[in-house]
Design a protein. Structure first.
Length: 589
């Protein structure tokens, strides 16, 4: 028989019709004669009743059913008796009275229930992902993911973008991680690299005159896993020719505002989205991915306390550091224990200590006694502090002050319950530094090496590279980074100079990037792009903390596929074909 409709689609207007349904036994209950089956497919659940008086054979089969058996039911749709409707499910007005029940496939005892939203160990879920995918939460997440992809495709197509696929087996393109390598059988000793991103190809699409490119692209980065990163992930990669920064940001802003508003219940907090310089983000919010759902700005009070009698403050300023503060409104009631927790948090970010005060008629403070009344009131005024607030200060190197106050800002917002959950505070962070210093005294890129420096800063490349700003931008929301992008270098001379400053040898430049430098000399247009991480976008829209919840078949934290058993050893002859010999790692004893 062929199914006549999906289980989740039966409605009151089908009453009286005979239907054929196929699906999984979500649950089965024997109510002393009558057997009730909740039958489920992707569309939802419908209640089936098997009555021994009217369908003896069907009842016989139904009495042997267990959870997750795959069955076919033929029966008549009837309205439920008044009072027994179930408004919580879309099929809740009706029930199906079975005439025939057949088992299409039985099911072994389950490793975890599908029917209950029980907490199940993630390892077990990933090992039996095909069962996990049947759970309503996963169906909802993957349906949303599909809608996001479709929205993106429709939106960008309407804006003249072409969806273009680029190779998976390619050569290395640096995004700051290790490459996954694929050995070549035909070229012994040579390897392809899986793309860390399609960066070079999309730029070459622009050189190829394609003007506006996008791809829902799989990227691979062999890095030590940090929370919410995957070795294999999906990004919306896009690139545009003859554009400036605002053109790229404008497309992103319209796309992600639309996505948020049409596919989630969240509101976009500010329109147009704020553009914040990296410097301001770091100084005011202590983070390059500031959470703008709440304000709580960090305030620099160095000039107020430069000559303070409190030597911790004046000493920090005197030695080139800063004194910065955070006002926690109304947190003057925090207990000593809560304040100690804040101190520990600041120390975990490298701060030597945390000075605190609760201004008011009876000042409570770790340092107040070292300041004159005049100094105190100047400080409270600079902080905008009122009686009953808690003010926190870090006196340290600027990097330490940023990191520790940034962490405190998040923590205080949580403690004071200042974070609205139903909004997306989208924003762009712009004007990143091009370089950052490496621990060994060298330079590395902050975004990637194809980013155009600010025109006004190009002259600093040779004299003061750490001051060079990049035409790079991040798309952030709610304290997370969702995308990075930049206006690209399209001139071979600037690109070569940047590679040199990164310390790449002429041989490496030639072998890894010679093709780019060559292409730039054949009429490369000015271009730029961005690449939002889709797993994260879908995750935030459905309020999932882990991106594994929005990926159908994710790897675990150790980059293993527990269901398929990957990675795995391979046959010796396969290695032979690939000219590869495995050297066992030497384990330190
Ligand atoms: N390729 C960059 C990345 O994957 C994004 C971009 O610059 O477009 O982060």
């Amino acid at each position: 028989m062929k199914r006549s409709m999906m289980c989740g689609e039966v409605r009151a207007n089908h009453a009286g019709q005979t239907v054929v349904l196929q699906g999984w036994v979500h649950s089965v209950r024997d109510h002393g004669g009558l057997i009730f089956i909740d039958l489920r497919d992707r569309a939802g659940i419908v209640q089936v009743i098997v009555n021994p008086a009217s369908a003896a054979d069907a009842h016989q089969i139904a009495s042997d059913l267990h959870d997750e058996y795959v069955v076919e039911i033929r029966g008549q749709v009837e309205r439920r008796p008044a009072g027994s409707e179930n408004p919580r499910i879309a099929t809740g007005e009706i029930e199906v009275h079975a005439q025939q029940v057949s088992v299409l496939n039985p099911c072994l005892p389950l490793p975890f229930p599908v029917a209950e939203e029980a907490q199940v160990d993630e390892r077990v879920r990933l090992q039996y992902r095909y069962i996990d995918l049947r759970r309503p939460r996963m169906v909802r997440n993957l349906e949303l993911r599909h809608k996001v992809n479709k929205y993106i495709r429709d939106f960008l197509s309407a804006q003249g973008f072409l969806e273009i696929e680029t190779p998976i087996m390619a050569n290395p393109t640096p995004e700051g991680a290790r490459d996954y390598l694929v050995p070549s059988r035909l070229h012994p000793g040579c390897f392809y690299a899986l793309p860390q991103s399609p960066q070079q190809f999309k730029q070459l699409c622009m050189v190829g005159g394609l003007d506006r490119y996008f791809q829902i692209a799989r990227c691979f980065r062999d890095e030590d896993l940090r929370a919410n990163r995957a070795a294999e992930f999906t990004q919306l990669d896009l690139e545009m020719s003859f554009v400036e920064q605002e053109d790229v940001l404008g497309v992103c802003e319209a796309l992600f505002t639309g996505l948020t508003e049409s596919l989630s219940t969240k509101k976009v907090l500010r329109k147009p989205w704020p553009r914040i310089t990296w410097q301001e983000a770091m100084d005011r919010y202590g983070s390059d991915k500031p959470d703008l759902r709440y304000d709580l700005p960090i305030v620099d009070v160095s000039s107020v306390v430069a000559d303070s009698s409190f030597s911790v403050f004046s000493g920090a300023v005197g030695s080139g550091g800063v004194v910065r503060g955070l006002r926690a409104p109304g947190a003057g009631s925090f207990t000593r224990r809560q304040i100690d927790e804040l101190i520990e948090l600041a120390k975990a970010q490298g701060a030597r200590g945390l000075a605190w005060a609760v201004p008011g008629p009876e000042l409570r403070s770790s340092f107040g006694k070292f300041l004159s009344e005049g100094e105190q009131s100047a400080l409270w005024q600079a902080m905008g502090a009122r009686a009953g607030d808690l003010v926190l200060f870090v006196a340290d190197r600027v990097e330490v002050a940023r990191a520790s106050l940034g962490a405190l800002r998040r923590d205080v917002a949580l403690r004071l319950d200042l974070i609205p959950q139903d909004v997306m505070a989208w924003a762009f962070v712009v004007e990143f530094p091009w370089f950052e210093a490496t621990p060994d005294g060298g330079l590395t890129f902050m975004h990637h090496p194809f980013t155009m420096p600010f025109d006004d800063d190009v002259h600093l490349l040779d004299t003061d590279p750490l001051k060079v700003r990049a035409k790079a931008y991040d798309m952030v929301a709610n304290g997370e980074e969702f995308a990075s992008g930049s206006i690209r270098v399209h001139r071979a001379d600037i690109q070569s100079r940047l590679f040199e400053l990164l310390g790449y040898s002429p041989e490496r430049i030639q072998s890894n990037f010679g093709h780019m430098l060559k292409a730039f000399q054949y009429g490369a247009p000015p271009h730029g792009g961005i690449a939002p991480g889709l797993d994260r976008v879908v995750g935030v829209l459905v309020d999932e903390d882990s991106i594994r919840e929005v990926i159908a078949f994710p790897k675990n934290q150790s980059v293993q596929d527990l269901m398929m058993g990957a990675p795995t050893e391979v046959q010796a002859d396969q290695l032979e074909d690939l000219h590869i010999r495995v050297v066992e790692p030497v384990t330190a004893s």
